[in-house]
Design a protein around this ligand. Structure first.
Ligand code: NAD
Length: 261
């Protein structure tokens, strides 16, 4: 099934996904939307999964894919998603910024369900199709916070470190069947998720909101700019292309040198 999406001239990525089906979570916004657009531009049919109905439907319509309006915190709804996918991009996520002693347990639990349990369930139910076809690509949108910690992000840092472990297990079990699993580890990407946390970061760190970007978000990055969602999508697409079949169980930093320091 083709996506019907006409690639822009600059989409010459060298990755041809014609005949492949991808499922991208959190595809209604930010990095997920950029991934859905990039995979569709490369020829894949894309399942656009998001809890936000309007944005999921908008992206699906734009790229000729199919929208699935699903709350990934609910295992019973995750079980209803398509399982015959060749490419799975575990991307949906949320943030909560608070000191550990004040971190709401229900937010911690929600973050683990969306960012760890749902990826586990989706990998679990997609692997049989991938192994039967002898080819599959699992891309987990982790974070620099899958490799490093930051204060006030207990739920998020815990979830991303767990996702790293899950990705490695999938890499080991998928290897004999042509299935790779990798993480992509961005620093700060200019998306609504980041825009929304500026005020919370300012309160937690006791600084002005305009200092959050320069001091907190770009403080540890050698390259002093935020990442564009398309740059992360480009790496996710590359991990599904013809030159990366030997990359598995890896974590690819897109962090402007943050983890090099
Ligand atoms: P975003 O807020 O722009 O998009 C996240 C999407 O996930 C939204 O469309 C949202 O509706 C969806 N989502 C949230 N909860 C959901 C749920 N329960 N069920 C279904 N969908 C749900 O955020 P983003 O910045 O594009 O983040 C995408 C991923 O990238 C996340 O996993 C995030 O942790 C990761 N990431 C982001 C950054 C950054 O700086 N923005 C950096 C590193 C990693």
């Amino acid at each position: 099934m083709t996506s019907g999406f006409t690639p822009p001239p600059d989409a010459a990525s060298g990755v041809d996904l014609t005949g492949r089906t991808a499922l991208v979570t959190g595809a209604g916004s930010g990095i997920g939307r950029a991934c859905a657009q990039a995979f569709a531009a490369a020829g894949a049919y894309v399942h656009v999964v998001d809890v936000d109905a309007e944005s999921a439907k908008g992206v699906a319509e734009e790229i000729g894919g199919r929208a699935h309006v699903v709350d990934l915190a609910r295992a019973d709804l995750v079980a209803e998603l398509p399982t015959d996918v060749d490419i799975l991009v575990n991307n949906a996520g949320l943030q909560h910024v608070a000191p550990l002693a004040e971190f709401p347990p229900e937010r911690f639990d929600l973050i683990q369900r969306v960012m760890v349990q749902a990826p586990f369930l989706l990998i679990r139910q997609s692997l049989p199709h991938m192994t039967a076809r002898g080819w599959g690509r699992i891309v987990n949108v982790s974070s620099v916070h899958g490799l490093r910690a930051s204060a006030f992000k207990a739920g998020y840092v815990t979830a991303k470190h767990a996702l790293e472990g899950l990705s490695k297990v999938a890499a080991l079990e998928g290897a004999p069947h042509g299935v790779t699993s990798n993480c992509v580890n961005p620093g700060y990407v200019r998306t609504p998720l980041v825009e929304r946390q500026i005020a919370a970061q300012a309160a937690a760190h006791g600084i002005e909101p305009d200092e959050v970007v320069t001091e907190v978000m770009l403080g540890r990055s050698a390259i002093k700019r935020m990442i564009a969602p398309e740059e992360v999508a480009g790496v996710a697409l590359w991990l599904c292309g013809p030159h990366t079949g030997y990359i598995s169980g890896a974590s690819v930093p897109v962090d402007g040198g943050w983890t090099a320091a």
